[in-house]
Design a binder for this molecule. Sequence first.
Ligand code: GUN
Length: 285
Amino acid sequence: MTARIIDGKAIAQELRTEWKARVDELKSGGLTPGLAVIIVGEDPASKVYVGNKVKACAEVGLYSEHIALPADTQESTLLAKIAELNVDPAIHGLLIQLPLPSHIDSQKVLEAISPNKDVDGFHPMNVGALVTDTTLFPPCTPSGTMKLLEKMGIEIEGKHAVVVGRSNIVGKPMALLLLHKNATVTICTSRTVNLGKYTRDADILVVATGKPQMITGDMIKPGAVVIDVGINRLPNGKLVGDIDFESAKEVAGYITPVPGGVGPMTITMLIANTIQAAERAKRQE
Ligand code: GUN
């Protein structure tokens, strides 16, 4: 069997076109949704992500500000910039690209973002709201994954979903979103003893460990839906996910490629959250 490929790039494009209409409507009412992205330092991957975010915003008609601060920026300077953007009426969404340099306390920074502009959904208030399924800003990568499942017509209720990875950005929120759709959820990590025992029982398998090609075809249940959140560059320059695509696609029912699977959905959901923030700001005018 060869798996159906989940084309994240095409689905992301379709959604962005759809949402452009929402942006146009807001604009005709005199409000342009605005996103500010702050990057501190020179991490090459972060620079690529931020560049892509800014480009995607322009495509959909959002206003965006890209604030690049040097790697030796003091924490107090960053906090002052956040305080300024928190009250800037042109900015509805504010995102601090992670990771931050080690001399800055990331948690303190995330807590300084206004929960109403926290389009990443990383403020503790929004994390709490995610637990109770009331958040306005579900974290972008997990919500992009949910959108892919929805668009592919994949049923979640009653299914066994196994999430490999426990990060605050992907693994934990992913597990919660699946749980809210009535999946039976198991959370594993890359260190789980006999990991294959769990992954082989998954109807829906989501992997976000940052370990290149660690999940192989023999660890997958025939016909399973396999979502690869990983993006790793091999020494030969090739981009690969956390799943060994070649062996996995022979067993899975559906699979996301890397690149072109989950990746394009992350930015798409960031746009959705920014539009949502602007629509909310408008309601509260
Ligand atoms: N770094 C890696 N993923 C993310 C993300 O989703 N948001 C932010 N702000 N930084 C990241």
